[in-house]
Design a binder for this molecule. Structure first.
Ligand code: AQP
Length: 341
């Protein structure tokens, strides 16, 4: 059976971009057709300046939102990255296979390093190495497919490169994974800055639709989206990125092709109104289910506990095999303790 793995960072409140680019497919498609694992990758949230209490809160909230989006623990494994030590064990092993130039070429590293410097902080070493940890997240599970938004393509490429290199040098250990992307809305853009991705750790709240925004807030943000000069509604991402973004969002919510939907509109106002209603309706069930889950925190805890146990059991043999392949001596079981068991 195909093995699927993907994750989400608790660096901010989850956005419409996270939902349309990744989470919705995990729930609607991947968990039904594959042996799938979905993870709140909390260690990745420590790569930039962070508030420990906020990361803890966002980790729980992200897990609840994954369940609210429809992930069913009877069909897939939902867990928190730091609860499974195999991720960091393997990450170090892969650092011994990766080159520092490879890490420095990562676009997200370059962009976030600039942002951290602008905010007056230093750049953490973990910001440079986290794509290797992400490779470990993926490779530990023998993953075939990684369903992600467009922005993660380069990181999945790194995971592929490391798997191939490791296998060539030390013997076949890892499956070589591939990224899968949604047909539309693979990169939802910021409503106020259509040249920038709608990112959850951005400061620009008015351009970002959060999954837990009230319906009227969602409507307000979409009605105030930046459109382009001109009046014709056409799907032209390079020339009219603001309108193209709205058409992508609409298509992702109601189905259909952005270019075909464009033909149904003769004004930006009508397009915004329909997009706003489509987003509100798409998010409604998720918000309702999230409210129910908040009333039952024990359920989320139990899902995460069982998920971590399952994930550990899946990852351990492959990470042990990687350690052996690298030449690390296996720990020898104590014969006295063993005999007493
Ligand atoms: N705007 C987006 N459009 C489509 N897909 C997106 N994803 C994220 N933003 C969009 C996809 O959601 C999954 C989880 O994302 P993440 O937690 O790894 O990263 P992020 O939301 O991009 O948040 P960051 O990196 O903490 O900060 P910013 O927001 O500043 O980049 C992934 O599959 C991702 O592709």
């Amino acid at each position: 059976m195909t093995r699927v793995f993907s994750g989400i960072k608790p660096t901010g409140h989850l956005t419409l971009g996270n939902y349309l680019g990744a989470m919705r497919r995990w729930a609607d498609v991947d968990q039904h057709r594959a042996d799938a694992l979905f993870c709140v990758v909390d260690l990745h949230a420590l790569t930039v300046d962070h508030d420990p209490a906020r990361v803890r809160r966002l980790t729980r909230q992200s897990a609840s939102l994954l369940l609210a989006a429809g992930l069913d623990p009877r069909l897939c494994t939902v867990f928190v990255q730091s609860h499974v030590d195999e991720h960091t064990r393997l990450s170090y092993a892969l650092e011994c296979v990766a080159g520092d130039g490879e890490a420095r070429r990562m676009i997200q590293y370059k962009e976030k390093a600039v942002r951290e410097r602008e905010r007056g902080g230093g750049v953490r070493l973990s910001l440079l190495t986290y794509p290797v940890l992400m490779a470990a997240d993926i490779l530990a599970y023998g993953t075939d497919e990684v369903p992600v938004g467009d922005d993660q393509t380069q990181h999945v490429e790194l995971a592929r490169d490391l798997a191939v290199r490791f296998n060539q040098r030390y013997g076949h250990t890892f499956t070589v994974p591939r990224a899968t992307r949604p047909a539309v809305a693979a990169r939802v853009m910021n409503l106020r800055e259509p040249a920038a991705k709608m990112g959850k750790s951005d400061d620009s709240g008015p351009g970002i639709v959060y999954l837990l925004d009230e319906p009227d807030t969602v409507r307000g943000k979409i009605m105030r989206a930046v459109t382009d000069s001109g009046q014709e509604v056409v799907h032209d991402p390079a020339g009219r990125p603001g309108v193209a973004n709205l058409l992508e969002i609409l298509a992702a919510c109601v189905g259909g092709e952005p270019a075909a939907l464009a033909g149904s509109y003769d004004s930006y106002g009508a397009l915004k109104k329909d997009t706003a209603e489509a987003v509100v309706e798409t998010l409604r069930p998720l918000r309702e289910r999230h409210r129910e889950l908040c009333a039952d925190p024990g359920h989320v805890d139990a899902v995460l506990r069982e998920g971590a146990e399952r994930a550990r059991a899946m990852a351990r043999p492959r990470v042990d095999a990687a350690y052996r392949a690298l030449g690390l001596l296996e720990p020898v079981a104590d014969p006295v303790v063993n005999a007493a068991r």
